[in-house]
Design a protein around this ligand. Structure first.
Ligand code: NDP
Ligand code: KPL
Length: 339
């Protein structure tokens, strides 16, 4: 029996967690990453854990680690898990090493990464994917899933490589749903990801941020603006939480004691979990704000309209290096002009 070979392009939080789960399920997983993360994996091995108490440790000797995409690897599937700004370069590196037609699934936020990859590397078979949960790098080589939800990818159940992925994830308690068209799911996730800049600017873990009504009001306002535009554009939005998108806005705006009661499931988040954009600000990296609020601003432009709140948020995140002080809940509401 041959083992399904998987390539992780971008060994960071998402890449190490998904790759670790797949390796623990018995697949042959190759990680391409940068010295900071690979060094941790070489020294500590890879431990993946989750909020349900699962933990799997893979010794360093069992890991396939690479600084560049190895030639002649021929993976059944490549999972692309770099940040949006690094997609084009990663796509060109993949094109140089993988056979034409190789399947690449973008496990990134935003709606444009698979297309960005296709433009940079048209010879590969690009698919959008979606990661619903939060992953935190707790220490070198230790990656922890702090929330729940089902993974998604564009494809059908007839493709052996995607079936193998589904089965491997399933054996470790994760669902991978396949969709003929992922657009509605990607927009649904993007609307949820409008909390990433709120969380990053709050300087607080996700759970602590969500327990502050002022931050929730900021997130709700950014979402409401996006949902109005999506409706005007006739674009479908999938439900990503226990509540339909518009109902979620009403719940987010409730006073905190009521919110705690009604949104108990949504607050099932590890105390330490932060958004991926908070990691970027902490490490002084370029953020994905252009792939999130920027996408809403571009949608408005295509419709001949404006998205003033998302425009403001874009500006606040871009101006962070000049300020680097967290925003309090009221301060952020005032900065967005909703208080
Ligand atoms: N973290 C999370 O909880 C979640 C993240 N996401 C999305 O998943 C995607 C990945 O996020 P995340 O895992 O947090 O990002 P990380 O920054 O943790 O991981 C990406 C890694 O890829 C490296 N990298 C970039 N380009 C290359 C390249 N050409 N070759 C090899 N390595 C490369 C980066 O290094 P360097 O930065 O040094 O270039 C970094 O170490 C993003 O789109 C994010 O929005 C989605 C859901 C949850
Ligand atoms: C899981 C979620 C929504 C928040 O952590 C995310 O996508 C991110 O951090 O980028």
């Amino acid at each position: 029996m041959t083992t399904t070979r998987i390539l992780i392009m971008g060994a960071g939080s998402v890449g190490c967690y998904l790759g670790g789960v797949l390796a623990a399920a018995g697949l042959e997983v190759h990680f391409v990453g940068r010295p900071r993360v690979l060094g941790g994996l070489r020294q500590q091995g890879l431990t993946v854990s989750d909020l349900d108490g699962r933990q799997t440790a893979l010794p360093a000797a069992a890991l396939h680690l690479h600084g560049t995409v190895p030639a002649a690897l021929q993976p059944a599937v490549t999972l692309l898990s770099v940040k949006s700004g690094a997609t084009a370069e990663a796509a060109r590196e993949l094109a140089a090493a993988l056979p034409p037609g190789s399947l690449v699934v973008s496990m990134q936020n935003g709606i444009g990464n698979a297309e960005r990859g296709r433009v940079a590397a048209p010879g590969l078979d690009w698919r959008p994917g979606m990661v619903p949960f939060n992953i935190a790098e707790l220490a070198p080589g230790r990656f922890h899933r702090g929330t729940g939800g089902a993974l998604a990818a564009q494809g059908n159940g007839d493709e052996p490589a995607l079936r193998a992925l589904q089965q491997a994830f399933e054996s470790l308690g994760l669902k991978l749903k396949l969709h003929a068209d992922l657009a509605a799911v990607q927009w649904g996730k993007l609307v949820i990801n409008l909390n990433n800049p709120v969380n990053a600017l709050s300087g607080r873990p996700l759970r602590a941020e969500l327990l502050e009504r002022g931050y929730r009001r900021c997130w709700a306002a950014l979402q409401a603006e996006a949902l109005d535009l999506l409706e005007a554009g006739g674009i479908a939005v999938a439900q990503m939480t226990a509540l339909p998108p518009r109902k979620l806005l009403r719940v987010l705006r409730l006073p905190s004691p009521l919110f705690r009661l009604i949104a108990a499931k949504m607050l099932k988040i590890d105390d330490k979990a932060r958004s991926s954009m908070a990691d970027d600000l902490a490490l002084g990296r370029v953020t994905e704000i252009d792939a999130l609020s920027g996408e809403v601003v571009r949608l408005a432009q295509r419709l001949g309209r404006r998205a003033p709140l998302n425009e403001k948020m874009l500006g606040l995140v871009q101006a962070w290096p000049q300020r680097p002080q967290p925003y309090g809940p009221r301060e952020l509401e005032r900065a967005l002009g909703i208080r």
